[in-house]
Design a protein. Structure first.
Ligand code: HEC
Ligand code: HEC
Length: 320
């Protein structure tokens, strides 16, 4: 019995070894590709990249023997092909816009010790980037002209232009847009207090402003007697997120008004609603009573608690 077990184990082991060898031979080695255009920042930084990053992010990968042994070689090949795809020091676009963007990404990665990959460092200690080297990269990147950084993506430029146009939107119009219920658009809110900033709804960015009358009413928590003349305005943009994770307003979507006038807006419980969309500020609604169906139902949920308003600062809502 015992002898038989040993025999089976031996056969199994031999099988595994043979399979292992077949896999070694069947495994195609990672191919290097020609260098098209190489990163060239300054000699010291180039050397850091070559030592610590080139084994994954370049066309000149020089691996150790154990990196080429199955199954490690499978992981290495996968990492290298991903790494080459996201950033390749041998296919480097050195126009300032492209280069600066990548250098900021590199700085973020090395400064947070996300690169080189940790599991790689344990077997390739020579790839460790020292704190002095990180400081060197940081000094270089931070000294890059800001102007190029700002121009980094076309999207950033589009949103900046969009925002500039939006800042003076009334100025660009022939006549002031009017909602069917008589509420006039006005740029005034751009100088009011910001009640809240939301980036969590869909892919939008929402800023809610309040005029002095409203802010005072909120501060003194007069929610069941918000005076006439109080106004809340919410502006909605698409979100633009640049590669450093910063969220900024992108395309302008719409702006919404709530104007308190108890007599004028009886059918919507004292609040006049209006919505103007796109940079052309196209008014929402066909008939003067559009808001009865389109707006008040949701805002009524907040009638008692915060006087029909959603964006009341947390300090006040938490106290309730
Ligand atoms: C062992 C292979 C390996 C090494 C060495 C390595 N990287 Fe990477 N790197 C990757 C892989 C794989 C990815 C893509 C997948 C990911 O983001 O995890 C990546 C992604 C990146 C990215 C893009 C992140 C993003 O924005 O998506 C940057 C920047 C980067 N590495 C910088 C570096 C720098 C700088 C070094 C050297 C200091 C380095 N890497 C060393 C494998 C490596
Ligand atoms: C589906 C429910 C819903 C409808 C319908 C609705 N709103 Fe709102 N509104 C909200 C929510 C939720 C908020 C707060 C979240 C945010 O900032 O978007 C809000 C916020 C606002 C604000 C900022 C003041 C505040 O209450 O925080 C204004 C102004 C506003 N809405 C106007 C309108 C107008 C005008 C209409 C009709 C065209 C409308 N709303 C229809 C749910 C709704």
């Amino acid at each position: 019995m015992k002898k038989r077990t040993i025999k089976i184990v031996l056969i199994a082991l031999t099988g595994i070894i043979i399979l292992f060898l077949i896999l070694q031979f069947a495994d195609k080695p990672l191919e290097n590709r020609p260098v098209i255009s190489e990163v060239n920042i300054n000699p010291e930084i180039n050397a850091v990249f070559q030592r610590a990053c080139y084994n994954c992010h370049s066309n000149e990968v020089s691996l150790k023997w154990f990196d080429k042994v199955v199954p490690i070689s499978w992981i290495v090949k996968r990492d290298v092909s991903y790494a080459r795809e996201v950033m390749n020091f041998s296919e480097w676009d050195s126009t300032p816009a492209a280069e600066n963007g990548k250098l900021w990404a590199i700085l973020n990665m090395v400064k947070s010790y996300k690169m080189p990959l940790e599991n790689y460092l344990t077997v390739h200690p020579e790839a460790n980037v020292t704190d002095q080297e990180i400081a060197l990269i940081e000094g270089y990147v931070r000294a890059l002209p800001d102007e190029n950084f700002a121009k980094d993506t076309l999207r950033k430029k589009i949103s900046d232009d969009e925002f500039k146009l939006w800042r003076n939107i009334e100025h660009h119009m022939d006549s002031v847009p009017l909602s069917p219920n008589g509420i006039k658009y006005s740029d005034d809110f751009k100088n009011w207090k910001v009640l809240s900033l939301n980036t969590l709804y869909g892919e939008t960015m929402r800023v809610t402003y309040g005029n002095d009358i409203l802010v005072k009413a909120i501060e003194s928590e007069q929610f069941n007697s918000i005076p006439d003349g109080a106004i809340a305005v919410k502006a909605v943009w698409e979100q633009t997120q640049n590669k450093y994770g910063e969220i900024t307003p992108g395309k302008f979507i719409n702006v919404q008004f709530m104007v308190k006038d108890a007599k004028k807006h009886k059918d919507t419980e004292g609040w006049g609603f209006a919505k103007f969309s796109t940079q052309n500020l196209i008014p929402y609604g066909k008939t003067p009573d559009f808001a009865v169906n389109a707006c008040i139902s949701c805002h009524r949920l907040k009638a008692k608690e915060t006087g029909y308003l959603f964006n009341v600062p947390d300090k006040i809502t938490f106290k309730k």
